[in-house]
Design a binder for this molecule. Structure first.
Ligand code: 5U1
Length: 683
């Protein structure tokens, strides 16, 4: 069949585009499009070549494995080609893969090894007589670059294999990557030194491996996981990949602990779903999972097509990054008047959802990332984290575009914007006169961790304010069913529920009450700290700067905000009215002197979800034994209590060498300390 001109033209266009992006990605570490957009180009070309096989030539990027070569390093011809993997994006693709395996392997039971697919750089390591003698990048799959000197600086990679029994000559293949914590530190250092930052850990790893001076590589936090072998004597191979990985582990080669064996499509998919869920909490970036036939004999029967083996497939995660256009930048005003620029985007599918907004944090960030309205930008949505803009493409913007400037007056109330030199944040000076701050302060007061008024959402607060049914949070407790019945979209049942929720919220705790007041820099932890220290509201209200600063973890700035808050007559009036309207809390019990308690002087941070405690209960248990709970991990932290899905606090603790207590360790510690207390009391 003759190839239609349109198909021919499109294939030529796609090849040129793919070649350009391959070079940007592999040789220059400066990708211009997201991985997903690149995959889409490759898929389109593959589909065209499938429809019109005459288009398929040896020089097509679909027949090649990787990018180009960097001439600064000498070339290394791989003893065996370094293949890449075919990509799958859906359950259907995995079912097709499974069917293809069954067609070739018949009724034999099929066992697959499932592995995370690291977002790093594939490398080949040659060991002769157990000694690392050469390391190379994948390059174009046939020929790579000699990066031995740089690889020798990576502590994870043994220069001498441990144990014994290794073949005289062997090749390890795997992925060099930069763990997220190390990447963050590297970029923070670069930022502080006014140097260029890396867009993501993969680029940072690539840039680090391509250093001419290996002393620079040595400073970079690189790690390595092996995913298989290259050249390897067939007589020395065990029968299964999983056994080979175990053997490698015994020789000191790092093997990812997440690897599993499965024997069905469902097994593959549940591994995929599980890792997708845990992806944000992993210490490194992954862009999918890999399924590989375990038995080497089966692999031989399956063979390979042009650029990828038939016995393995990469099941890609939804891309965490995508390119779209920045339509405009709106400025939002928060509870404390902080002005936050928010990006309005052309809708783009990223991280499994359609994203139309992204945070821009502050003006400094916009300037640093050189982001302008109208730019093409890379949007990142990792897990449930709020989407953010990673970078722009300044060379693609029209000459007429201008840098973004933050407003000098509040976009909501028109008050002057305070530009304090001590803060990166700009603030509206309108206080509660500003409708945005007013509304946000009421939302905060009603929120679950504050006074907790179930059912009082943003829309209802809008109506109550617009109709002047409330002025302050204290007025909430004067609402009646009759007044609520006048509100739109609030049926009788909902109105009854809201009345009940209001009534229930009257009985609160002092820490919650202090948090709910919305004093600047007084979060949940500080609220608890203040309550524990002062034990009653009256003493806190008259505390001076010195007595506030004497409390551990209360610095001069928080102390000033607390004092200022309680000096404002309108705040005192709201507090009085809240108490008059029936808000109350139980007095805190008398407490033995903290110094005598077994956890006195110990500082804890709690992160992740615990099974047997809420965060509050965990904090109470710690403070009951004299310990202190703070919100952020620092060198002063003694323990980080780590539940399920811990965040960056656990990683930071690991970085700082602080002891992590899993829930069972925490319970053991509490029990032990409780016994010490009882023992001391009895003696
Ligand atoms: N985990 C894993 N990543 N990864 C990447 N396995 C794996 N296998 C690969 C690649 C390129 O290639 C196979 C052909 C061995």
């Amino acid at each position: 069949m003759a190839v239609p001109t349109a198909a021919l033209r499109r294939a030529v266009e796609l090849r040129a585009e793919i070649a350009f992006h391959n070079r940007q990605y592999h040789s220059l570490d400066d990708p211009k499009i997201s991985d997903a957009a690149f995959d889409a180009l490759m898929q389109e070309l593959l589909r065209l070549e499938e429809a019109f096989p005459e288009l398929l030539t040896a020089t097509s990027p679909t027949s090649k494995v990787g990018g180009g070569l960097n001439k600064a390093f000498s070339e290394v011809r791989h003893e065996r080609p370094m293949l890449s993997l075919e990509n799958a994006f859906s359950r259907d693709d995995i079912e097709d893969f499974w069917r293809r395996l069954q067609q070739k392997l018949g009724d034999d039971e099929i066992t697959l090894v499932t592995e995370p697919k690291l977002d790093g750089l594939a490398v080949s390591l040659i060991y002769d007589d157990g000694h690392l003698v050469r390391a190379a990048t994948r390059g174009d799959g046939e020929t790579g670059e000699d990066i031995t000197n740089n690889i020798l600086t990576i502590g994870d990679i043994p220069q001498q294999l441990a144990g014994d029994g290794w073949p005289a000559h062997l090749e390890i293949r795997g992925e060099v990557f930069m763990p997220r914590a190390g990447f963050k530190r590297l970029n923070e250092r670069a930022l502080a030194a006014g140097e260029k930052t890396f867009a993501n850990p993969r680029n940072a790893a690539a840039g680090s491996l391509r250093q001419i001076d290996s002393r620079v590589t040595q400073e970079r936090p690189l790690s390595f996981y092996c995913y298989g072998q290259g050249a390897y004597p067939s007589e020395a191979l065990p029968s299964r990949h999983s056994q080979l990985l175990e053997q490698f582990r015994g020789w000191g080669i790092p093997i990812n602990p997440e690897i599993l064996l499965v024997s069905s499509v469902e097994g593959c998919l549940s591994f995929y779903e599980d890792l997708l869920k845990r992806r944000p909490d992993l210490a490194y970036d992954i862009d999918g999972v890999v399924y590989k036939v375990d038995l080497f004999a089966d692999r031989d029967r399956l063979g390979a097509i042009a650029r990828a083996p038939r016995w393995a497939i990469a099941h890609k995660f939804p891309a965490e990054e995508a390119v779209t256009r920045l339509i405009s930048i709106d400025v939002q005003v928060g509870r404390t008047g902080a002005l936050t620029p928010v990006a309005r985007l052309e809708p783009v599918f990223v991280g499994g959802v359609t994203v139309t907004n992204a945070t821009l944090h502050n003006a400094e960030e916009i300037q640093r990332k050189d982001i302008r309205v109208g730019d093409q930008v890379v949007v990142r949505r990792a897990g449930d984290v709020i989407p953010e803009i990673v970078r722009s493409f300044p060379d693609q913007r029209p000459r007429s575009s201008t840098p973004f400037e933050m407003p000098s007056h509040c976009p909501i109330c028109g008050s002057k914007v305070d530009d304090s030199p001590e803060e990166t944040i700009l603030r509206c000076s309108g206080g509660l006169f500003c409708p945005a701050q007013h509304k946000e302060s009421i939302r905060h007061f009603a929120s679950r961790k504050a006074i907790d008024i179930d059912g009082l959402g943003e829309k209802l607060i809008d109506q109550l304010l617009e109709r002047h049914l409330i002025e302050t949070v204290a007025d909430l407790y004067e609402l009646s069913p009759i007044v609520l019945s006048t509100l739109d979209r609030l049926g009788e049942k909902s109105s009854q529920n809201l009345m009940k929720a209001l009534d229930k919220s009257r009985h609160t705790t002092l820490p919650r009450f202090l948090f709910a007041l919305g004093i600047r820099e007084v979060g949940e932890v500080t609220g608890r700290l203040l309550a524990e220290h002062f034990r009653n509201l009256e003493d806190l209200m008259v505390a001076d700067q010195a007595s506030l600063e004497a409390i551990p973890d209360i610095g001069p700035s928080v102390a000033r905000h607390i004092m200022t808050f309680f000096q404002q007559p309108h705040n005192l009036e709201v507090i009085r009215k809240l108490l008059d309207n029936g808000v109350f809390w139980d007095p805190l019990p008398e407490r033995p002197p903290t110094e005598a308690l077994p956890l006195a002087g110990k500082i804890f941070v709690v992160t992740g979800t615990l099974d047997q405690f809420t965060r509050d209960q965990a904090s109470e248990a710690i403070t009951a034994l004299g310990g202190r709970v703070t919100s952020s991990v620092s060198k002063k932290t003694d323990y980080v209590v780590t539940g399920r899905d811990p965040g960056s606090k656990a990683t930071k603790a690991l970085d700082l060498g602080i002891e992590l207590l899993l829930e069972e360790d925490f319970i053991r510690l509490l029990k032990g300390k409780e016994n010490e207390t009882i023992g001391a009391e009895l003696s």
